[in-house]
Design a protein around this ligand. Structure first.
Ligand code: M6R
Length: 612
C-alpha cells in the first residue's frame, strides 16, 4: 500500500524514480509525486492520479541526482495534490515520503500548530517533515540521521520512510517499522524502494531492512543501524527471477494474463512436492516430524480477502483429508480478540504479497503466545515469509493486477499438498493418497484445457450480472469459499454489488432480497451436497430470480434447473475450487470490461494492504 522509491548516484534521479513508481503503481494509485535536490533547491512535483500524470508533469530535463518518490493510496486526507507525497517542512529544505500510519499524528499536529507550524496537507505524514525539521534546526551539527531518529522516537504507528535534506545532497535517510523497505546496490549508485519490483531493472543485489532499522544511503552504499543505537549488518540477498518484470505480453490486462497463467503457476506450485508413487507429498519448509504432525490438535488458517477464502478451502482439506480439526479466520479480526494459542496447535498465515499488515499482526500474536505459524506466501523474502521463518512459497509468480487470481489457486494447491502430506502421516492410506496426489498433478493441464476457449454461458452470465440490482453467490462447503471469492472478484473489478452466502443459509433471511432482478450464481459441483443445492436453486427460482450454475461437466440434473450453465471439469470435491473459481474470475473480468472499469487498478484499492 503506497510505493516508495529513492535514488542517489550520478544519473538524473527523476527518470529512475518515475520508472520505479510505474512498477510500484499497483501498490496505490491515487496520486504520485517526487522530490529531487537540484543544487540549491528542492524540486517537488506532485499530481493526482496515475504515475503517468506525474511523468507528464515532470520536466524532461529535471536535474538532480538525489531524489525520492511516492505513489499513494490515501489514508489520511482526500485524494488531492496537497495530500500527495513528498511532504516538505516549512523551510522547503526537507522532503519526506512515508508508507504506514502515524497513529498519534493528531496530538503531534496540535503541538506543532501551537508552536506556530502551518500545515499544508491533511496527512499524518506531514507531522514527520516538521518534526524532523525542528530537530534538525535545533542541532544541525548532529546531522540528518539524528534528526530523523529523534522525530521517529515521538511517533507511534508504522512507517517506511525516506527523507532528503537540501543541505545534504547525495544522502537519503530511511527507516522502517512495519512497512517494508529494501535497499539496492548499484555501481556508484544506490536505490531504495518499498518492494524489489522497483529495483529489479537496476540491480539484483538487495538488503531488506528489518523493523526499527535506520539507514544512511549515499552513492557508494549504505550504513544500517538500529533505532535504539548500535550498528547492524544485514546480508545482501540476490533477487530471484520472480522479480523480473514480464509486462502484459499480448494480453489486454494483467488480470486476464494472470488468469491464463494458472496452468503454469499451478504446475510450479505442485512440482517436486507431490510424490505419487508413495501417495504422499513433501513440503520442504515445514520441517515437522511425523510425530509432530500426529500431535497437531488444531490448525488455524489466517488470511485476508482472497487469501482468507483460500484458507477456508485449506482448512476444509486439512479436516476432510488429514482429519485435523481446522478453521480459517480473518486475520484482521484475529489478534484483537486475545485468542487462545496452544503450543500443539498449528497456524498457517496465507498471503500473496506477504506484506498484509493485518495478517502480519496475526502472525505476531501467534508467535508472542508461543504458537507455531507457517507462511503460505507468494512473494519471496516478504515480511510475512521472513517473520514466520518457515512455511511454503506458493510460486505463483508476480501478480500485478489488484484482483488476485492465480495466487488464489496456488494458495489452495499448496494447502492441498500440505493436507495430503499430513493426511498420509496420520490416517490416509497409500491408495487414497496416490489417487489424490495423481489428481492434483493433473490439475494444471486440465485447467489449461478448460481455459483454451471461453466457456459457454459466460457472456449470458455477464449480461445478467451487469444488468441486475445485485448478485447473490451461493455454495456449500468449499464451494461457499469459491462463492465468496467470486463475489469479491465481481465487487472489486466490476463494482457490482453482490454478496455470498452458504447456500442453505439463504432461506434464513437473505431470500427476502430475491426477485427477478437479482441473479444468483450457484457453485454446485456434483458431490454429496448437489441435490440439496438443487433444492436451494428451486427456492431461488420460485422467487423469480435467474440462476447461473457453475456445475460439473456431465451432470445432467443441474442444467435442468439453471438458466445459464457453465460446466467445469469433474474432480475430487476438495480439489473442485481449483476449477470452479475459473469461470468466476472470468465473469468478474468480463463484467468489468463490459462496464468499462479500470480492470487492473480498480478504484479505491491497492495491491498490498500494509496498513491496519
Ligand atoms: O497479499 P494478501 O494475499 O495478504 O492480500 C490479502 C487481500 O488484501 C487480497 O487478497 C485482496 O482481497 C485482493 N484484492 C483480492 O482480489
Amino acid at each position: 500500500m503506497c510505493g516508495i522509491v529513492g535514488y542517489v548516484g550520478e544519473r538524473r534521479a527523476a527518470p529512475v524514480i518515475l520508472d520505479g513508481l510505474r512498477r510500484l503503481e499497483y501498490r496505490g494509485y491515487d496520486s504520485a509525486g517526487l522530490a529531487v535536490i537540484d543544487q540549491d533547491e528542492l524540486r517537488l512535483v506532485r499530481r493526482v492520479g496515475f504515475v503517468a500524470a506525474l511523468a507528464a508533469a515532470v520536466p524532461a530535463d529535471l536535474p538532480g541526482s538525489t531524489g525520492i518518490g511516492h505513489t499513494r493510496w490515501a489514508t489520511h486526507g482526500g485524494v488531492t495534490e496537497d495530500n500527495a507525497h513528498p511532504h516538505l517542512d516549512s523551510t522547503n529544505r526537507i522532503a519526506v515520503v512515508h508508507n504506514g500510519i502515524i497513529e498519534n499524528h493528531m496530538p503531534l499536529r496540535a503541538r506543532l500548530q501551537d508552536e506556530g507550524v502551518v500545515f499544508r496537507s491533511e496527512t499524518d505524514t506531514e507531522v514527520l517533515a516538521h518534526l524532523i525539521s525542528i530537530f534538525y534546526k535545533a542541532d544541525s551539527t548532529a546531522g540528518p540521521e539524528a534528526a530523523v531518529r529523534q522525530a521517529l522516537e515521538l511517533v507511534q504507528g508504522t512507517y517506511g520512510v525516506a527523507v532528503i535534506f537540501l543541505d545534504h545532497p547525495g544522502l537519503i535517510i530511511a527507516a522502517r517499522n512495519g512497512s517494508p523497505l529494501v535497499v539496492g546496490k548499484g555501481n556508484g549508485e544506490t536505490f531504495l524502494a518499498s518492494d524489489p519490483h522497483a529495483l529489479s531493472a537496476h540491480t539484483r543485489e538487495v538488503v531488506y531492512l528489518e523493523d526499527r532499522d535506520i539507514v544512511r544511503i549515499d552513492a557508494s552504499g549504505w550504513t544500517i543501524s538500529r533505532m535504539d543505537g548500535g550498528g547492524v549488518s544485514r546480508a545482501v540477498e540476490v533477487l530471484g527471477e520472480e522479480w523480473q518484470d514480464e509486462g502484459r505480453g499480448d494480453y489486454s490486462h494483467h488480470m486476464l494474463k494472470e488468469i491464463h497463467e494458472q496452468p503454469e503457476s499451478l504446475a510450479r506450485c505442485l512440482r517436486g512436492r507431490v510424490v505419487p508413487d508413495q501417495g504422499t507429498a513433501r513440503l520442504g519448509g515445514f520441517e515437522l516430524s511425523p510425530r509432530d504432525i500426529a500431535a497437531i490438535r488444531h490448525l488455524t488458517v489466517l488470511g485476508c480477502g482472497t487469501s482468507f477464502h483460500a484458507g477456508l478451502v485449506g482448512a476444509a482439506a486439512m479436516e476432510g483429508l488429514a482429519r485435523i480439526p481446522a478453521s480459517a479466520e480473518i486475520a484482521s479480526e484475529y489478534r484483537y480478540r486475545n485468542p487462545v494459542v496452544a503450543a500443539d496447535d498449528l497456524y498457517f498465515a496465507v498471503s500473496q504479497s506477504g506484506e498484509t499488515a493485518d495478517t502480519l499482526g496475526a502472525v505476531r500474536e501467534v508467535q508472542v503466545k508461543g504458537g507455531r505459524v507457517f507462511g503460505v506466501v507468494n512473494v519471496v523474502g516478504s515480511s510475512i515469509a521472513r517473520t514466520c521463518g518457515r512455511g511454503v512459497y506458493v510460486h505463483s509468480g508476480p501478480e500485478i493486477a489488484v484482483a488476485s487470481t492465480k495466487a488464489f489457486t496456488s494458495q489452495v494447491a499448496a494447502m492441498l499438498v500440505a493436507a495430503l502430506s499430513f493426511a498420509r502421516t496420520r490416517a490416509l492410506g497409500p491408495h487414497e493418497g496416490k489417487a489424490f496426489g495423481e489428481e492434483l498433478l493433473s490439475v494444471p493441464e486440465r485447467v489449461g484445457e478448460w481455459l483454451t476457449a471461453e466457456p459457454p454461458g459466460l457472456m449470458d452470465a455477464v449480461e445478467l450480472c451487469t444488468s441486475g440490482k445485485f448478485v447473490f453467490f451461493l455454495g456449500r462447503g468449499v464451494s461457499h469459499a469459491v462463492a465468496l471469492e467470486g463475489a469479491l472478484k465481481l465487487k472489486e473489478v466490476a463494482y457490482v454489488p453482490c454478496m455470498a452466502y452458504p447456500a442453505a443459509e439463504m432461506k434464513h433471511g437473505p431470500i427476502a432480497l430475491l426477485d427477478k432482478r437479482t441473479p444468483v450464481v450457484v457453485v454446485v459441483p456434483d458431490d454429496v451436497m448437489r441435490d440439496k443445492t438443487l433444492s436451494t436453486i428451486q427456492e431461488v427460482r420460485a422467487r423469480g430470480a435467474q440462476v447461473i450454475a457453475i456445475h460439473t461437466v456431465g451432470d445432467d440434473q443441474t442444467p435442468k434447473v439453471a438458466d445459464v450453465c457453465i460446466p467445469v471439469p469433474r474432480s475430487n470435491p476438495l480439489i473442485s475450487p481449483l476449477f470452479s473459481v475459473l469461470p468466476l474470475q472470468l465473469l468478474a473480468y468480463r463484467a468489468g470490461l463490459a462496464l468499462a472499469r479500470d480492470i487492473d487498478r480498480p478504484r479505491n484499492l491497492a495491491k498490498s494492504v500494509t496498513v491496519e
